[in-house]
Write a protein that binds this ligand. Structure first.
Ligand SMILES: CC(C)(COP(=O)(O)OP(=O)(O)OC[C@H]1O[C@@H](n2cnc3c(N)ncnc32)[C@H](O)[C@@H]1OP(=O)(O)O)[C@@H](O)C(=O)NCCC(=O)NCCS
Length: 197
């Protein structure tokens, strides 16, 4: 379930979060953004687990209604059909890059995958997105193939697999699921802006 830390919390995405999530989606995936309908149907699927990260500490809303806490600055989604699963998406507002938010979200997805009996997790990542690839490799994802011209602009997808979600969580901080992480405020929009995906 949702992790809590002093500066951020990770909680389940609700339908009320969709407009804010779609703003991030369009900004971070300008060529491949999902439509709002796609996002809403993903959210409605019981085989999915979507989470958001919001600045502001304190306990997660019990209702998970998205009405409390700071603005949504990141989101991620898992498809879990045991024994397999997929990381459907993960994205962080540029101003908040490099502060461990994607790490926290991925840990949450992998923990949920483990809980649901998923033993192998797959994902596709753009071959020109080393930042995301590094993130996945830190969790023990390995390259297992390439889908040529997979993306709309012709860029290849690297297919990656993680065979041990529980070990992956331990590898990225040696902590328990829901480990408390420290986050810092962004420096007036300077954080990570130089990165290009
Ligand atoms: C890829 C992406 C999700 C990474 O998000 P992020 O929040 O910046 O990732 P993290 O901060 O968890 O980890 C990335 C870096 O922060 C570092 N980091 C981890 N925890 C940290 C912390 N607590 N404080 C500071 N830095 C930290 C990591 O070591 C890593 O360092 P590096 O950049 O030198 O490799 C983000 O760049 C993004 O949204 N990109 C656009 C969308 C996208 O491409 N999504 C992936 C689709 S497959």
């Amino acid at each position: 379930m949702a992790g809590v830390n002093p500066g951020f919390r990770v909680r389940p995405m609700s339908e009320f979060d969709v407009p804010a999530v779609m703003e991030l989606e369009r900004a971070l995936f300008p060529d491949d953004a999902w439509t709002e309908d796609m996002m809403r149907s993903e959210l409605a699927e019981p085989t999915r687990h979507y989470v958001v990260a919001c600045p502001g500490g304190g306990p997660a809303s019990e209702s998970g209604d998205g009405a409390s806490g700071g603005p949504v600055v990141a989101y991620a989604g898992l498809r879990a059909v045991p024994p397999e699963g997929d990381v459907q998406t993960i994205a962080v507002d540029r101003e908040w890059w490099g502060r461990g938010i994607a790490t926290a979200l991925l840990r949450e997805l992998l923990g949920q995958a483990y809980t649901r009996g998923v033993h192998e997790i797959f994902l596709e990542v753009r071959s020109d997105n080393p930042r995301a690839q590094d993130l996945y490799r830190r969790f023990g994802f390995t390259d297992i193939g390439v889908r040529r011209g997979y993306y709309r602009d012709g860029v290849d997808a690297i297919v990656m697999r993680c065979s041990a979600p529980a070990a992956a969580i331990a590898r990225t901080g040696g902590g328990e699921q829901g480990e408390v992480l420290e986050f810092t405020e962004p420096d007036d929009g300077a954080g990570g802006d130089e990165e290009r995906l």
